[in-house]
Design a binder for this molecule. Structure first.
Ligand SMILES: NC(=O)c1ccc[n+]([C@@H]2O[C@H](COP(=O)([O-])OP(=O)(O)OC[C@H]3O[C@@H](n4cnc5c(N)ncnc54)[C@H](O)[C@@H]3O)[C@@H](O)[C@H]2O)c1
Length: 343
């Protein structure tokens, strides 16, 4: 139990990539918040990611499942939770193709459990917050993948009005969780916000994801696998810029609204691997080969979306968000971090 009059906020999934970048940022920025962190520590969660926060008296970690209603109710009561920022999810598209069930369980049922417990703890009936919980907000972290895939026309961008058209079991489970959040706002008048972000990169990302996979295999001299023709396009955002966007929306976003977050940094997978191998060739050159010679095309991912790109105008204009990094600056910081991890 915390022994002060700070506000207690529940954060889920913070031993993973984005959450573990968010927690130190948020602890540092808001001395009047205590952060209660719940994470199941699946293969994707690692407490090493939160080591820098362990000594902070305003940080508490609980190992547990967001689908466990009794545990979530206990946490709300024990810590008198006054806000939720919900990161926890199964997040890897390839895994969702092999084993979709756990995506529905965590991403859909887990989100339902969290918001339903919050509703009953904060509100006495639809559209009526209990006096002591007025203003308590539920922020759901989601993805641009809910919108499906785009044409190659550079003017074709995901806006908050783009119809949902998820194509993978991962994006379908995230789209479903977004709909649950929407329903709790529409039906019960809950104070909710949703952010749909593009691909993140930066420190602490799991080994299975594209950028760590490229760096790790390159440094080991292994083949660097690239799906299909390597021309799939993603809009890359440095993880701390995502965290800053979440902070703005959590504090200043309009209730019931969705905000897209994206870096206006579209890159094909081939451009990503080319940039990374160029930097590695400069920074940690091998005497007998270029890292570029390791690039190997492998069978494409089933149902591989061709292009994602975000129009972040709403977040920029309404809340004043702007990415501090572009891909060329962010990737240098990212590589530096992974050189420390993999060398
Ligand atoms: N990584 C990206 O590029 C990206 C982009 C947009 C949106 N998102 C969204 O951001 C959120 C965080 O993504 P990430 O990349 O940090 O994911 P991640 O896979 O790195 O971390 C997910 C965390 O959730 C935990 N978790 C999984 N199931 C749980 C359960 N049942 N109960 C409690 N904890 C559980 C895991 O242990 C892990 O620590 C997700 O909701 C994801 O959909 C990610």
């Amino acid at each position: 139990m915390f022994n002060n009059s700070n506000k207690n906020i529940l954060l889920t999934g913070t031993a993973g990539f984005i959450g573990s970048n968010f927690v130190p940022y948020f602890l540092d920025k808001y001395p009047n918040y205590n952060l209660v962190n719940i994470d199941l520590l699946t293969y994707a969660g690692d407490l090493e990611n939160l080591k820098e926060c362990e000594a902070n008296p305003r940080y508490k970690f609980i190992k547990g499942d967001i689908c466990n209603r009794e545990l979530i109710e206990f946490i709300f009561n024990e810590y008198d939770i006054q806000g939720v920022i919900h990161f926890a999810a199964e997040s890897h598209v390839d895994n969702s193709i092999k084993n979709p069930g756990v995506f529905v369980q965590t991403n859909v049922n887990g989100t339902f459990t969290l918001i339903d417990v919050a509703y009953k703890y904060w509100m006495s009936k639809p559209f009526t917050y209990k006096d002591e919980y007025k203003g308590c907000r539920f922020h759901h972290i989601s993805t641009d993948e809910v919108y499906g895939t785009l044409s190659l026309d550079p003017n074709d961008l995901f806006t908050e009005k783009t119809p949902y058209a998820p194509n993978s079991p991962y994006s379908a489970s995230k789209a479903s969780s977004d709909m649950i959040i929407r329903a709790y706002n529409e039906t019960y008048g809950m104070n909710t916000v949703i952010t749909n972000c593009s691909n993140n990169y930066g420190p602490k990302q799991h080994d299975e994801k594209l950028i760590p996979t490229i760096i790790r295999n390159a440094l080991k001299g292994n083949p660097i696998p690239i799906y299909g023709d390597g021309k799939n396009i993603r809009d890359w955002l440095y993880v701390l810029d995502h965290c800053k966007g979440i902070d703005l929306v959590y504090h200043n976003g309009k209730t019931g609204e969705t905000y897209n977050i994206g870096g206006r940094n579209e890159r094909t997978n081939l451009q990503i691997v080319d940039t990374i191998t160029t930097i590695l060739d400069e920074q940690v050159p091998k005497p007998d080969f270029s890292y570029k010679s390791l690039i190997t095309f492998v069978e494409d991912r089933a149902g591989h979306d061709r292009r994602y790109a975000i129009d972040a105008t709403k977040l920029e204009n309404e809340l004043g968000w702007k990415a501090d990094e572009n891909f060329d600056t962010g990737i240098v910081k990212t590589i530096e971090w992974y050189l420390g991890k993999y060398k």
